[in-house]
Design a protein around this ligand. Structure first.
Ligand SMILES: [Zn+2]
Length: 67
């Protein structure tokens, strides 16, 4: 039996944009803190579920407000 809730994990989600984030010259979302792209294009211009990019960890941790 296949559970429905496994479907959602396959869909690439938009990167979370935070206040200091900005869009770079290449059209990707950049982290305003460490200036690293928070998105990455799929190789060879491929698309998946209508998106041409996937969220990417910028590596910066600890700045997120949990309150
Ligand atoms: Zn960052």
């Amino acid at each position: 039996m296949i559970l429905d809730d496994t479907k959602g994990t396959m869909v690439p989600m938009a990167a979370e944009q935070e206040n200091s984030d900005y869009t770079g010259e290449d059209g990707l979302l950049y982290c305003g803190t460490c200036h690293t792209p928070k998105e990455a294009y799929f190789p060879e211009g491929k698309t998946l579920f209508g998106r041409d990019r996937s969220p990417s960890e910028c590596g910066w941790r600890g700045e997120r407000n949990t309150d």
